[in-house]
Design a protein around this ligand. Structure first.
Ligand code: HEC
Length: 163
């Protein structure tokens, strides 16, 4: 009797264990599915957020240059590149933006000439070869080390100083 009862107990424990492990397998499958679902949802949600913020920044970037370019010449790439080149050369020992020094003020140069490709070329040539007689008797020294492209870039900057 006792033996039988023990055996019966063993059997039911086995059944219980089998049932238990089965249900835990099912549970873990369900958990996995939920986890996968959550991950997908999170990914989709994040993706959506990202494109939204990207769109926003793109719209902002598109709006800013248009708004500033009209009244802020320093945002112009020609201005920045030209000014950088002028800063690296000796121009500022003789020229200032708005006051005459040894050479004319850059604003006066900008006011004197129309901003055309021909004038840019002509003035770039003067910077490279030197000039005299347009603004007075004092000559501008030659800058043979400058490339034509760099000299033209400097003139483009000067032309932007036109009011
Ligand atoms: C040694 C002084 C000196 C230096 C350095 C100098 N300039 Fe001049 N610059 C002058 C003088 C003087 C004139 C006026 C020349 C004239 O009357 O034709 C002049 C004229 C100019 C003009 C107007 C030319 C014209 O025909 O109207 C431009 C543009 C110019 N300079 C740009 C520059 C740039 C850019 C640099 C630097 C690469 C530079 N200058 C360096 C003295 C200088």
């Amino acid at each position: 009797m006792i033996l039988r009862a023990q055996e019966a107990m063993k059997l039911s424990t086995k059944k219980f264990l089998v049932y238990n492990s089965l249900s835990s397998t099912i549970q873990s499958i369900i958990m996995k599915k939920i986890f996968v679902l959550l991950t997908i949802t999170a990914a989709v949600a994040c993706g959506g957020e990202k494109t939204k913020t990207e769109e926003k920044t793109a719209a902002k970037e598109a709006a800013t240059p248009a708004a500033t370019a009209a009244n802020d010449i320093s945002a112009n790439p020609d201005y920045q590149k030209g000014l950088e080149l002028i800063g690296k050369s000796d121009c500022l020992t003789c020229h200032k933006v708005s006051e005459k020094l040894i050479g004319p003020a850059y604003k006066d140069v900008a006011a004197k000439y129309e901003n055309t490709p021909e004038n840019i070329k002509m003035l770039a040539g003067k910077i490279i070869k030197g000039g005299q007689g347009v603004w007075g008797a004092v000559p501008m020294t030659a800058h043979p080390q400058l490339s034509e492209a760099d000299a033209e870039q400097m003139v483009k900057y000067i032309m932007l100083l036109k009011k």
